[in-house]
Each structure stands twice: as C-alpha cells, then as structure tokens.
Ligand binder design. Structure first.
Ligand code: KG4
Ligand code: ZN
Length: 334
C-alpha cells in the first residue's frame, strides 16, 4: 500500500533490540532483550559475554518484532542497523543479522549512527520538532551536546573528556552496594530521594573551563573517596544495611546526583547561548539517552531550558534508552 516499513536492529551495547516502524512514524512493534543478569554478574558490560548474549537472542528478538507487527521479511522496505559507536564485537552481531535478512530478501541496508538515532528519535513523539534544534545525549558511554541544523548536519558543541554521566551513576551505584538488576542509574535516583543532597560537598567539574565539555571521572573519584571515608562496605547490600548506614549511602547518592546534574545544567545553559547566536530560530532542546529517563534530571533541565526561552523535549524512557526503532529515523522521510 505504498508505506515504507523498516526493520531496525540495535546491538551496540548490552541490549538486543529490534523494531518495525512505518514511514508515518508509527511503531508497529518493539522488542528489547537486555542483559541485566550479566551486568549484575560482571559489574559492567564485558564485550565477549555481551557478544555471545546478543548472538543467542538476535534471531528470536527479530522474529518476535516481525510477528508482533504481523509482518514477514517480505513486507519490509529496508533493514536499518546501528553501525556505531559501540562495542565492535556487539555491533557485528546486529550487522550480520541485517545482512542475512537483506541478502535473503533483496532489501537495502541502512547503516545508522547510534548517537544520531538517539537525537532524532525525538521526532517520533514531538511532531513540532523542526530543525534547527539542540540535543543533549546522556547515556552510559556518551555525553554529547549537539546543534542539529538539518538531517546529517550536526555541530558538536561539547562532549565528555573522560567518562559519561551514566558511567558515574553506574560506578557510584556499584560502590554504594545498590541492587544493580536494573542498572545503576535508576537505583541511585531512587535512593537519592531518601538523602540530603547538600550533606556531602562535591565540587562541580570543569568550572574553570568556560566551554561546553563534560567530565565525570573526577566526580566519580570524589564519590569513591566519600564512600571510603564513611566506611561504607559495598559487600553489604543496601537491603541489609542498618538505618544509619542506609542514610549515609542515601546522602552520598543525593549529593552526587545534585552535582552531576548541576554540571549538565551549567553546560546546557552555555550551549544554548552559543547555539542561539548561530541559529536564533532554535526552539527545542532534546534530551535523550538512558540518563534522560531520570525524573530529577528532567526537572532540573526543564528549568534551565525554559529560563533560556526554549522548550525541553524528552522522549519517554522506552525511546530514550537503546532500542530498535530509534535506528531508523534518519533518511527517506523517516
Ligand atoms: O542509552 P542507554 O540505554 O545505553 C547507552 O547507550 O549507554 O543508557 C544506559 C545508561 C546507564 O548508565 C544507566 O545507568 C543510565 O543510562 N540510566 C540512568 C537512569 N536510567 C538509566 N541514569 C540515571 N537515572 C536513571 N533513571
Ligand atoms: Zn545508546
């Protein structure tokens, strides 16, 4: 019936994801298989293990995405797949799967830049979103501020010089002995609600650098030192900690989160001012990537963005994290 229907495949990190999306923006299906059990076991993503896990589930994930969309490969117009950045062993599993389908059914393959997809997926939910707009991408591996002038035309305003914010959340959660079955970010966010965000004084990174870059390695170290000085033992899970112990962990979580997010706020504010000089017609800042599902992050950034005359666009969590449908929103009207 003339509709473009694309199968998207994403295997850049620890999630195996596939989705079927139509050119009008309708997500016909979305399937994600995550490696939470491996994360708990190894305390992070181990590339070789992750590759094996992707290989084990990729066929099933893709099949399920097709089934849920009531489609077969014959109904597809193209196959899209993340080609980077990411773990090369893992990316390869997705690319090989895409090649098998494309080869078998004579379909074009569209290679997708993972970070571009994180930025453009916002166009699915915010139909008013027009170029030029700004995007802040915050995940486990990336901290990126961009000015998107048009499809394929991006100016990088800032990036991390060491760790990404999600990495700082994940490590802090591990050192605080939190339950990592859902990844560290949500665990810190939850515990932080019980703590006093001003009780531990951490310094805001990169204050002396008047640019839009980020750094989270130093804050990570500050958290580790605070944990050591309070004699918190990560081997005692938070669920078995005493009341005082739990409270002191919550204080660190809340204080860490306040400073981690203040760093985002300061950089965003400067980036907006820079970007508006180049493109005065900018109306939106898109915040995407796993960390964008954090309610505190959203609320604080919303204030900064409004104060500077823009509107915050935050895709729902299922579209913020790695997923299969975000890989296709690039070309051909999609
Ligand atoms: O975008 P994503 O799913 O994968 C990458 O491309 O990295 O992001 C995963 C990251 C992890 O570091 C995770 O801890 C973080 O996003 N994250 C959060 C929250 N939910 C996920 N960080 C803070 N608060 C959250 N609620
Ligand atoms: Zn991602």
């Amino acid at each position: 019936n003339g509709d473009i229907v694309v199968l998207g495949i994403e295997t850049s990190c620890d999630d195996t994801a596939a989705a079927v999306v139509r050119s009008d923006g309708e997500i016909l299906s979305q399937v994600i298989s995550s490696q939470a059990d491996l994360l708990v076991k190894y305390g992070g993503v181990a590339p070789k293990m992750a590759e094996e896990a992707h290989s084990q589930v990729i066929d099933q994930v893709v099949q399920e995405a097709l089934d849920k969309a009531y489609m077969t490969e014959k109904d597809l117009t193209a196959v899209a797949v993340s080609i980077g950045p990411g773990l090369s062993l893992c990316l390869r599993v997705g690319v090989q799967k895409a090649r098998r389908i494309a080869g078998g059914f004579n379909l074009p393959i569209i290679g997708i830049h993972h970070m571009e997809a994180h930025a453009l997926v916002a166009r699915l939910i915010e139909k008013d979103l027009q170029f030029p707009f700004m995007a802040l991408l915050i995940s486990g591996g990336h901290n990126l501020l961009i000015l998107a002038r048009d499809l394929g035309q991006y100016i990088q305003l800032g990036t991390t010089i060491d760790d990404a914010i999600g990495e700082a959340y994940d490590k802090s959660a591990k050192w605080l002995g939190l339950d990592l079955s859902r990844s560290g970010g949500p665990a810190i966010e939850e515990l932080a609600r019980e703590g006093n965000a001003k009780s531990v004084s951490f310094s805001i990174p990169m204050r002396q650098h008047k640019d839009c870059n980020f750094s989270y390695a130093g804050l990570k170290t500050q958290v580790r030192l605070a944990i050591e000085s309070k004699k918190i033992d990560a081997k005692i899970p938070i669920s078995s900690a005493s009341y005082e112990d739990r409270l002191s962990r919550a204080d660190i979580a809340a204080s860490f989160q306040r400073i981690a997010v203040l760093h985002l706020e300061e950089r965003c504010e400067r980036a907006i001012q820079w970007a508006l000089k180049m493109e005065p017609s900018i109306k939106h800042l898109v915040v995407s990537g796993g960390v964008a599902s954090n309610q505190y992050v959203r609320a604080r950034l919303d204030t900064v963005v409004k104060k500077n005359g823009l509107q915050l666009v935050c895709p729902p969590p299922r579209l913020c994290t790695d997923n299969g449908n975000h890989v296709i929103f690039r070309r051909g009207g999609l």
